[in-house]
Design a protein around this ligand. Structure first.
Ligand code: GLC
Length: 517
């Protein structure tokens, strides 16, 4: 698939739009917002899992890969939604959660029913844990003892998310069939959940992923005639400068692109209160720009997703400079080289949500952290969960400031920041994102051009995009603004302040210039 023009928007349907007022977002809700997405200008959506699921991990525990959950609206609504997205020229990719299933999936129910069951080998069972792997969500060992069959099964995530055994060829065929099922329905591709964990090295204490058969497995899935042209993005925590060519090289039959996380994993411990340094974030992004450009692949551009806190709170200033920092971060997401992925709410500058009681949280990872880390004071644990927890991305989108019934405590700043209000404001983040998207679409230098860093220091990041005789320069000011040693020269395409001074960037100022050659 041609990727130059793609601009993705990630929809977490449970928290996007609730059409029937039951407090849960649903696919009818998504349908009702196609016009909104069209207006914003995106032309592709990634819909996170909306399949049958007991929702221990909000749908990332799939109980039936071929059935859209009834709570979401069921199969018919999905088909209608897909058709309408396509009628509006918007591509649709689904989440393929293939490392694990729900413990309620028929395969697992069979698998745990007895050692001789034909499904036993669909999962990873051992008489004794072969290593000390821990569940990524906390809660202790990744090996759970099953009383009935007196063996342990592997769950890299929650206990209710048993890992599939990819060494079993039948499992690989099953997942290929799931992929084909959705392609036959007309979807345009897949975002592949924790894809680099499907091949493991059990002897290695750090080996839960990036194993020796990873690329072979991915090729089996996506190197086939039927899958050659679909769009695929792998969530690959192990992606790096060395292996990205293996994942995405044109001749490889693996993935279109990957999500790599260097720029978001700045601290060893996830739950922390340290404000990341923008210079470091941009250095990591620039490094991926260089790596992917050198080998001729497109990387993904993103600062948010359903697992991350809100970018304006994390990297910007969510009070005094909320508009400026949200729009500057929009520039980082939409103007560098690669395929942009916006996350719902980012386009109106939603901030983190602040709560003072653990009952306001739902995410299994945050709840485990709160329960386990009792050596840290309650207040500090809550502060860390407020800052870094995944629920920040999962509160229902505040379309208005009205009352909102919600499965998760509503966004705490809903009265002050909501879609209706933002769109009516003179300084509307949505309106600026629209302009960023329009510029990306209009300027080949941005959608297709080469990338080069011009300057990167403690105060700002400047880069250029070039395509034939077009040259666009982007200046991003950090929290204190910056003094520059050159004047801006050329036509100003975008500026998130009303004005500009010749050799200065104000805090979080974004200036985009069509430069002279
Ligand atoms: C991925 C998903 C995350 C989920 C986990 C387990 O990281 O993005 O939301 O909890 O995989 O499926």
């Amino acid at each position: 698939m041609r990727t130059d023009d793609l601009i993705f928007y990630e929809i977490y349907p449970k928290s996007f739009c609730d059409s029937d007022g039951d407090g849960f977002g649903d696919l009818e809700g998504v349908r009702s917002k196609i016009g909104y997405l069209k207006d914003l200008g995106v032309n592709a959506v990634w819909i996170t899992p909306c399949f049958e699921s007991p929702n221990v991990d909000n749908g990332y525990d799939v109980a039936n890969y071929r059935k859209i959950s009834e709570a979401m609206g069921g199969d018919e609504v999905f088909e209608k939604l897909l058709k309408e997205f396509h009628e509006h020229g918007i591509k649709v990719i689904l989440d393929l959660v293939a490392n694990h299933t729900s413990d309620q999936h028929e395969w697992f129910l069979q698998s745990k029913s007895g050692k001789d069951n034909p499904y036993r080998e669909y999962y990873i069972w051992r008489q004794t844990p072969p290593n000390g792997w821990k569940s990524a969500f906390g809660g202790g060992s990744a090996w759970e003892f099953d009383e009935r069959t007196q063996e342990y099964y592997l769950h890299s995530y929650a206990v209710e998310q048993p890992d599939l055994n990819w060494e079993n060829e039948t499992v690989r065929k099953e997942i290929c069939a799931v992929v084909d099922f959705w392609l036959d329905k007309g979807v345009d591709g897949f975002r592949c959940d924790v894809l680099d964990q499907i091949s493991k090295v059990f002897e290695d204490e750090n080996g839960n992923g990036n194993g020796p058969r990873l690329h072979e497995y991915i090729r089996e899935l996506f190197g086939r005639e039927k899958t050659k042209t679909c769009f695929t993005v792998g969530e690959c925590w192990a992606a790096n400068g060395e292996n990205v060519r293996l994942f995405c090289g044109k001749d490889r039959g693996e993935l279109t692109t990957v999500f790599a996380f260097d720029h978001l994993c700045l601290e060893k411990e996830k739950f922390n209160l340290k404000k990341p340094c923008l210079r470091e974030v941009c250095e990591k992004m620039a490094n991926w720009q260089r790596i992917t450009q050198e080998i001729g692949v497109k990387n993904t551009l993103f600062l948010e997703n359903h697992d991350q806190p809100r970018s304006v709170s994390r990297f910007g200033n969510d009070n005094e400079y909320r508009y400026e920092s949200a729009t500057m971060l929009g520039g980082l997401t939409l103007l560098q080289r690669g395929i942009p992925f916006l996350f719902q709410g980012q386009e109106i500058g939603l901030t983190n949500s602040y709560h003072t009681d653990i009952s306001a949280f739902n995410d299994v990872e945050s709840l485990n952290y709160y329960q386990e880390r009792t050596e840290i004071s309650k207040a500090e644990r809550l502060a860390r969960i407020n800052a870094m927890g995944r629920d920040n991305a999962r509160r229902l989108i505040p379309w208005t400031d009205g009352e909102q019934r919600s499965w998760l405590a509503p966004y705490s700043r809903k009265n002050e920041i909501n879609v209706e209000k933002d769109r009516a404001e003179e300084k509307s983040v949505f309106a600026f994102y629209k302009r960023l998207i329009a510029v990306r679409k209009a300027e080949r230098a941005i959608s297709q051009g080469e990338f080069a860093v011009l300057d990167l220091d403690d105060a700002h990041y400047a880069f250029e995009r070039r395509c034939e005789d077009e040259r666009i320069v982007v200046y991003c000011g950090f929290e204190k603004g910056a003094q520059l040693d050159k004047k801006f020269e050329g036509e100003i395409l975008l500026n998130n302040y009303a004005d500009f001074s010749e050799k200065e960037l104000l805090p979080y100022q974004l200036i985009v210039i069509r430069a002279k050659q």
